[in-house]
Design a protein around this ligand. Structure first.
Ligand code: FRU
Length: 484
């Protein structure tokens, strides 16, 4: 009750939202971000009552990882959104230190939200409660309280991020967990009625020694036979071509057996995004498609995100469809995102150009590029911001792609180096916003999501050497709109 009182008297200042006068050059135009405070994981993703519902972790009081609420924006078209509103506040005994991440499921016309109540006791010891909320079409909601009271024996209180899936008319909840031996795992619970839950067991996989904590697990079917298990493991060692962020997000695909609680014959863990700023993705199914949204950011790297000087931090990726082909998930932008195109500004086909460069008058563009590699061993592309740049280079022989942020003055730096299979042409589909870049390589076989904080608005794209451009199309993208 104590904590409830605190939140009654707080001024959330929501009327100050999305002030068009905000001239900060890093304010993104078509990525979801908060007018103030810190946004992290997407939560409760669903299509409900004719609209996409995008909930997310939000600290509306500042740019620190604390007082996590659930915020919400709704949209039909990914161009027009409702204004961010606060749904869950950390105000009950079972969630007083944060309404942490979780998923959603529509049952009997009610959007059931699942989340972890994070509690710190007087000795700062953590307690975790899996909780449920009934959210209705008129926007009203009711916290139903605790479904699962703390973790089972043998696990630590790092027990969070419930996601629901249904198989054979049974509800399943998968939860990120840590064993007392400090190994990352996922636990599966089972329910016939969505209210009463029993532990089915730890999900058995071949990943027995794979980091110390698995956050944000997702289980989803990718074909009649195969199931993907996507999660965000912490504690993997960096390698030359992978695991270069502090924490990872990725997936395996295999055969799910829920009687045995096992995923067998699974593929090797594959990172879903090769960096720099992508974490805690969530997947939901709508119209037969698996759609993923990730958090643009990274835990424990707060000083890299200099927009916090202006009172806001991080964002969400645009929605990506996951397509299962050749044992991997290809990512592609949701069709609806074409609604963001305002005008086509460049359209080049089949031209061989030497050190091509183009100046653009805005950093709000979609750029679809296809470069012929038959006569080139190396490709180098630069996104230039006056005397700063981000470079992307590809070496055909070694099949290595490197994205380099070392020439930026502010924010995170470093390189990400990854293997990329390319046949005859290098394809890059880029969405460039004022401080976010999302790149899809080779029809979404690999992606890079990153933030960048240029010091001025000059913007030029440069393609080095003599190279045949099969295609270069650039569209100016519009600003998404938030209305009540
Ligand atoms: C992942 C995460 C989750 C947790 C949430 C708290 O970024 O740490 O495990 O529920 O963020 O905001």
């Amino acid at each position: 009750m104590e904590s409830r009182k605190i939140y009654e008297n707080i001024n959330y200042n929501l009327e100050k939202q999305y002030d068009n006068e905000d001239t900060n050059i890093w304010r993104n135009k078509f990525h979801i971000e908060m007018p103030f405070g810190l946004i992290n994981d997407p939560n409760g993703l669903s299509f409900y009552n004719g609209e996409y519902h995008i909930f997310y972790q939000w600290n509306p009081f500042g740019c620190e990882h604390k007082t996590k609420h659930w915020g919400l924006v709704k949209t039909k078209d990914f161009v027009n959104f409702t204004k961010p509103e606060i749904i869950l506040k950390p105000e009950e005994w079972f969630d007083k230190n944060g309404c942490y991440s979780g998923g959603a499921y529509v049952k009997n016309d009610i959007l059931k939200l699942f989340y972890t109540g994070n509690v710190k006791d007087i000795n700062n010891e953590r307690e975790s409660y899996q909780c449920m909320v009934d959210y209705k079409k008129d926007g009203s909601f009711e916290k139903k309280g605790v479904l699962i009271n703390k973790q089972p024996k043998g696990y630590t209180a790092h027990f969070r991020d419930p996601m629901i899936f249904v198989e054979n008319e049974t509800y399943y909840m998968v939860i990120g967990a840590q064993t007392e031996e400090l190994k990352g795992k996922a636990l599966v619970y089972r329910s016939k009625d969505i209210n009463n839950w029993q532990l089915a067991g730890e999900l058995k996989t071949d990943m027995n020694n794979f980091g110390y904590m698995w956050e944000c697990p997702n289980v989803f079917r990718v074909s009649e036979e195969k199931v993907a298990f996507m999660f965000s493991p912490q504690g993997l060692n960096e390698e030359e071509f992978r695991y270069q962020n502090i924490y990872q997000s990725g997936y395996v695909i295999g055969d799910l057996n829920l009687d045995e609680v096992s995923l067998t014959n699974h593929t090797e863990f594959k990172e879903i995004d090769m960096g720099f700023d992508f974490y805690a993705p969530q997947v939901f199914n709508h119209d037969g498609k698996n759609i993923m949204i990730g958090w643009i950011g990274m835990p424990d790297k707060d000083n890299e995100y200099v927009s916090s000087n202006y009172g806001w931090m991080f964002g969400l990726t645009m929605p990506r469809i996951l397509e299962y082909r050749d044992n991997v998930l290809y990512q592609k932008p949701l069709e609806l995102l074409k609604n963001l195109r305002e005008s086509k500004t460049v359209d080049i086909k089949n031209q061989t150009l030497n050190n091509y460069s183009i100046s653009l008058d805005s950093r709000n563009v979609e750029c679809d590029l296809d470069l012929d590699l038959s006569n080139n061993e190396n490709v180098q592309l630069k996104l230039k911001f006056k005397d700063e740049d981000i470079s992307i280079s590809y070496n055909k022989k070694d099949k290595i792609c490197i994205i380099d942020r070392n020439n930026m003055k502010l924010g995170g730096k470093g390189i990400r180096k990854f293997k990329l299979k390319v046949n005859s042409s290098l394809k890059l589909h880029m969405f460039i916003d004022n401080s976010v870049i999302e790149i899809y390589y080779q029809d979404g076989l690999e992606t890079n999501t990153l933030m960048y904080f240029p010091q001025n608005n000059n913007f030029e794209i440069e393609i080095k050497n003599n190279i045949k451009i099969n295609k270069l199309e650039i569209w100016k993208l519009r600003r998404i709109n938030y209305e009540k």
